[in-house]
Ligand binder design. Sequence first.
Ligand SMILES: [Zn+2]
Length: 547
Amino acid sequence: MIKRLTFAFVFILLPSIIFTGCDQLGHNNSPGKPKLVIGIVVDQMRYDYLTRYINKYGKGGFKRLLKEGFSCRDAEYNYVPTYTAPGHTSIYTGTTPSVHGMIANEWFDRKLNRMSYCVEDTATKTVGSTSNEGAMSPRKELTSTIGDQLKLSDNGMSKVIGISQKDRASILPAGHSANAAYWLDGLSGNWITSTYYMKELPAWVKSFNAEGRAQKYLSQPWTTLLPIEEYTESMKDDNPYEGLYKGEKSPVFPHDLPALMGQNGGCELIKTTPFGDDITTDFAIETIKNEKMGKGSVTDMLTISYSSTDYIGHMYGTLAIETEDTYLRLDRDLSRLLLFLDDYLGKDNVLIFLTADHGAALNPQYLEDQNIPAGYADNWQIVSRIKQYLIQKYGSELLLEFTNQQCYFDRKKIAEKGINMDTLEKEVALVAAKCDGVERAIPAYLIDDCGNDFIAKKIRNGYYPGRSGDVIINLLPQYIIYGKTGTTHGAPYIYDAHVPMIFYGGMVKSGASDEEEPITNIAPTVADLMHVSYPDGCTGHPVKLIK
Ligand SMILES: [Zn+2]
């Protein structure tokens, strides 16, 4: 009996502990730690970009991550608005804006009495350029990230670095105690940072910048990677639903980038081309090599966010050849990064996760033309009707700002006039709810008692007292406040909320799951695999990475 039990332990139970790496609680207590963790966020990547373009992807990028990694096929954002800053923060803090405070990319700051950007920090200065684009920090992010927890776990020995063309997509994932966060300065085409992290760029970053790589990428036209007739997943190249670069007459290939640079902000243009993702990959690889990430005795972490996908999505929409081409090129970038890591550290020593900060709506005009319900809400109509009502009823506008589909009222004036704030919120919500394209409007005083359907829950998870507005408006499905070309995001609906969630590396078994996974589950999953504590405000739970 003893022998049989021993046999059972060694040959049946022990392997299951080692290979599934899970204890009875379902936590991923794998025996080793990864040497290097890489978080990849693809800005504006809808889940269906994985499947829509699958036959055009090569073997080494998305397909490799899906084949060798673990894909959570039902990963979803559990709050609104689905914007970039809240998305990146929620991924890395494991919680929602109601806890981490990143309610939008910018919001009305009641103390400053003006709009305020999510990472602006006047106490800092740019490092690496004469522009003001580096005066940034993560100080408004109110909870720790997984990178912070990693640094806390080993007295700061781990290196944590963020990279993205966008400042907020570099700073917020890397967290408060990061060694560095770098983003691309449109003026110079250089990778820059903030005095929050350092006084001077490292020599290797200066050398990289001195190469003028952004200028080189922009010295040739953007042509399609494959013959253009093979882009059968997308609409025809010339169509009325796509935006234009300044100076172009129609949205068609080839895009003459050298000729367009002058009218489109110089090197800033690279952000709205797939070459912005190429240079991000170049810089990520150089960062790993020069900082010797993963080569020390502790785990290091690099956060990469690909932004060109978002700029191009906004300009061309979800069904454009430009968008498809951008993903095919990103697929090559991922392949290049994975091959580099094979050689540099070996797959067994890395842990990678890939997700997105939000999806995107289809172009509503295109949907309308297909007789599918969609449309445009009118910012001007909403604001003017609210102001009109307030002037009629109270003799004053009382509206300081309308942003992110939220009203910010003049609380001082309201108090002076002796107006009941709850009554006013309720009245304005009723006015807003009658505007074109509005699904509902919720007075902030009722936020805890505004229903339990998925939209009400997401609104609650996105609300942070002191930062959020006084009336919150939600639009109908596929309604946006935006121009007629291209698209945007921010809604609670599935097209903005459903994103890829893939884990890959030596500690991860290949497989897939159709369990519903809120985006807040990424941080505790990665924290578990790194053997560090969950971030301070974490409300998510680790994903069971078992087939
Ligand atoms: Zn975004």
